[in-house]
Design a protein. Structure first.
Lengths: 248, 248
């Protein structure tokens, strides 16, 4: 029986989602170990997004095959009792036998969090990028608008081997909240490796007046990875949702 | 020259505020080491509140004597460059030579954070108490109202040796926020050891229907530590402000 689960995790303590050859703990491996602990079965988990080391999730979607005699709710509770407290299964449901969280996904939404303040906030040290110089939201929003649509995003990331670098961005929204917190949310059919962090780095460069909107549009059009500049740190990034055709 | 500083810290990695004889890192010791690192001087720091292990602060107030040839702003920046990133000095200013952050404080405000959800939130694991059964805000607020005023709080905490257990609570407010987050804020002239966590434990017991408001009022009046029951975990507690007569 195939199951689909929605996962939240604080990525601080993990070397990314994907299982690695060396001993470094990853999200996938930790979830597979919890599945083994509750069932005795050796389970392979597939995830929708291969989040990097230090990147978080509130809506990662995973799939796995498991023999389980109880309800999906029991499975959720058993997993949460077995997982470390920096991970949690928010929801488990039965899925089609051929459901694949990565291939079936229509789009993914990431949120990048940052804040501007003269002094760092100790409570955000693993959760947001701390900036000290002010941001011009107006120019950031102009630059962000140029991301929407279908583009070759080679400047901002690298595709998996053999894949092409064209992606479609459905939405790119920069919001400033009280207390100088900023949230950048971006939805695309898929993302290149490091694409969100690279886009945020360039948008911040625009917001600090060190790159014009025209230059931003220019580096996107140039399709050259070397032009991207600043890479935003992983701690600010969260995979918040993955959309499928059967979502509502 | 005496300085007064406002301090924020994530208490997760510290064995409380106060310097201890053994090697466990404390907030006081860490700040004293940063002061030594930037000045070469051996400095003794006094804090307004002796927060417990795992308890946080956004508005702890400390005082220390230091020979410093630059501005208070330079001092703030130098300290923040030297402190670990789970601590931050929000503000430094010159103070009266006899300023004492504990004796001169008129009152302190603590906030306790908890949330009700079937599944834990990995991002709140060091920041809030996770409860799974619902709370009746109405009865909690009735019970909380009985705390306001001058009472012998022996049921809810222990005074320092030789001190009396009478304290004056100026405000005790329980707020429920969207997403079943609850914030309990309490302001008093001073607090007994473990008083806020003990009060929160009893209020939750009321909110879960396992103690009536009358029983809550009764155990407060009984002045017996053994009656307090549940002690809320330290991770939910934050010292948010200390009030002085010269605050605006």
């Amino acid at each position: 029986m195939r199951y689909r689960a929605t996962l939240a995790y604080d990525g601080t303590g993990y070397h990314g989602f994907q299982r690695q050859a060396n001993a470094a703990p990853t999200v996938q491996q930790t979830l597979e170990e919890a599945l083994h602990a509750i069932s005795g079965q050796t389970i392979r988990v597939i995830g929708a997004g291969r989040t990097d080391a230090g990147v978080h999730a509130t809506g990662q979607v995973v799939a796995f095959d498991l023999d389980w005699r109880h309800t999906p709710l029991d499975l959720r509770n058993a997993l949460n009792a077995s997982l470390p407290d920096d991970m949690a299964v928010r929801d488990v449901q039965g899925a089609r036998p051929d459901f694949h969280p990565r291939y079936d996904a229509l789009s993914r939404t990431y949120v990048y969090r940052l804040y501007v303040a003269p002094v760092r906030d100790p409570f955000l040290r693993f959760r947001a990028w701390h900036l000290t110089s002010p941001l011009d939201i107006r120019t950031i929003r102009q630059a962000a608008a140029s991301l929407v649509g279908t583009h070759d995003f080679s400047t901002f990331g690298t595709p998996p081997q053999g894949d092409n670098p064209v992606r479609t961005v459905y939405e790119a929204r920069w919001e400033a909240q009280p207390g100088e917190q900023h949230l950048f949310s971006i939805t695309a059919n898929a993302f290149l490796y490091r694409m969100v962090r690279s886009v945020v780095g360039a948008l911040v460069t625009v917001g600090q007046g060190r790159m014009t909107v025209e230059e931003f549009v220019g580096i996107l059009a140039a399709r050259q990875r070397s032009l991207a500049g600043l890479l935003a740190p992983p701690c600010g990034l969260t995979l918040v949702a993955v959309q499928y055709s059967d979502d509502g």
